[in-house]
Structure formats: structure tokens, C-alpha cells
Design a protein around this ligand. Structure first.
Ligand SMILES: [Zn+2]
Length: 149
């Protein structure tokens, strides 16, 4: 099967989040069949929920659709390096592969900070591919926070 990136769909979710006044991060979950089964952007402000990160919402929707708390063989695309909470949830959900865009030195938990997937207590480690669409993802974030100041 030919590899097809779904980062464009995640970036579209990030842009939609920005128009809602949310931090522009988007995520997409792809089933082993190649079908997109969930897509989401940040909704922490709208839902008054500090856990409503794009990855959490996409994982919840994908799990609900699958009728399972585990998503073996699934891929998750997210525009920004997952935070420690989302990285833990990705591990709990047994996601097979994580593709992320921009690195997040401030709040990331994969390549920096707690490095959740490298921790001995992490029972499922997905394959991780970083820097996919990183420029577009960080341009969105930079533009968003510049407007806020
Ligand atoms: Zn997160």
C-alpha cells in the first residue's frame, strides 16, 4: 500500500480551531483500512475542558466508532507534538503510529519533557514520525499567538 499522509486534514482541523478562538492544533485518526475515522481540533475553551485537546477528542471519537478502548493498527496525525496527557492516552489506546508536525519545546511530552514513550512505565510504544508538515503547523501557531498579544 502506498503511504498517504493525512496531515493536510489535521492542518485543516487546526485552522478551524483557530477560527473558534482555540489554540490551533488538529488531529486525525486513520483506521487500518486507510479510512479517516475521526478528526478534531482543540476545544478546551468551548467545552471548558482542559483535556479537550485535539488528540483526546479524536481518540474518543475513534474509540466510540470502533466500540473499543483500543485502536490497534490505527494511525494518529497531529499538527503539534503531543503533550504528556495525550501521549499517555495514545499509548493506552494502543495506537500503532503517530505522525506529528511541529515540535513543542514548551509543552511536548514525546521528544522532550517527560518523553512518555521512552518511560519504562509506558506499556505500548507507537512508532513516531515527527516533522510532518511542521512548517505549516508552526506558522499557524505563531500567527495565532502573535494576534493574541
Ligand atoms: Zn495534549
Amino acid at each position: 500500500m502506498v503511504f498517504r499522509s493525512h496531515m493536510d486534514a489535521a492542518l485543516a482541523e487546526a485552522r478551524a480551531a483557530a477560527t473558534r478562538g482555540e489554540v490551533p492544533v488538529g488531529a486525525v485518526v486513520v483506521a487500518p483500512s486507510g479510512a479517516v475515522v475521526a478528526r478534531a481540533g482543540n476545544r478546551t475553551r468551548e467545552l471548558s475542558d482542559p483535556t479537550a485537546h485535539a488528540e483526546m477528542l479524536a481518540l474518543r471519537a475513534a474509540c466510540a466508532a470502533a466500540g473499543s478502548d483500543r485502536l490497534p493498527g490505527h494511525d494518529l496525525y497531529v499538527t503539534l507534538e503531543p503533550c504528556p496527557m495525550c501521549a499517555a492516552a495514545i499509548s493506552f489506546a494502543r495506537v500503532a503510529r503517530v505522525y506529528y508536525g511541529a515540535a513543542d519545546p514548551k509543552s511536548g511530552g514525546v521528544a522532550q519533557g517527560p518523553r512518555v514513550f521512552s518511560h519504562p512505565q509506558c506499556h505500548h510504544v507507537p512508532e513516531v514520525y515527527d516533522g510532518i508538515g511542521a512548517e505549516a503547523a508552526s506558522a499557524l501557531l505563531t500567527g495565532f499567538f502573535r494576534e493574541r498579544r
